[in-house]
Each structure stands twice: as C-alpha cells, then as structure tokens.
Design a protein around this ligand. Structure first.
Ligand SMILES: [Zn+2]
Length: 100
C-alpha cells in the first residue's frame, strides 16, 4: 500500500515559498508519485491565487453554473432524505419525536 504525503504537509510545502530544507522525505516521495505532485500543484495554484489577490479586488458572484450545481446537489440531498423517510414509513420505523 502506498503511503502518500499527508495533505497537511502538502499544504505546508505549497506555502513554504520553495524552502527546500523542509520535509525532505516528503519531497523525495513527490519525485516518484504523480498523485501527490498533482495535489501539490493544485495547492500551489490556490496559494498563488490567494497571494496575488489585492484588498481592492472586487468580490464577484460565482458563474451561473456554480449555482446550478449547488441547486442540483441540494435537490439530490433532499430526494435522498425523502427516500430514506419514505422507506422508514413503509417499514414501520418511527422517527424520534413523532407522536403516533
Ligand atoms: Zn503520493
């Protein structure tokens, strides 16, 4: 079983500004592990984006596709909750706090 670099350590490496003295063992693992390198690359993108933000940057609304995705996921969650409740009713299971 491959033991990957702890995500918290990947964050530390991404935040380290190239300080090569930190996490030497994990850096050796990164040389041979494309999965951890991808994760580190993604974290590095987040760090660079965050560092390049200015206090004057305007907060903008997310694109419409983000709202659609959130709505879709909420509907899926609601549907699964209804489904679980429906199954429980049919099986005679009562929820805590119900009076009948
Ligand atoms: Zn790995």
């Amino acid at each position: 079983m491959t033991v990957h670099v702890d995500p918290a350590v990947l964050v530390e490496i991404a935040l380290a500004n190239g300080d090569r003295a930190l996490y030497e063992d994990q850096r050796i693992h990164l040389i041979g592990c494309s999965e951890c390198r991808r994760e580190l690359h993604a974290l590095g993108c987040v760090v660079r984006a965050a560092r390049s933000a200015n206090p004057g940057d305007l907060i903008t609304e997310p694109p419409e596709c983000v709202w659609r995705s959130i709505q879709q996921r909420m509907r899926m969650t609601e549907d699964s909750q209804v489904s679980i409740a429906g199954r429980a009713c049919r099986s005679g299971v009562r929820w805590c706090g119900t009076s009948s």
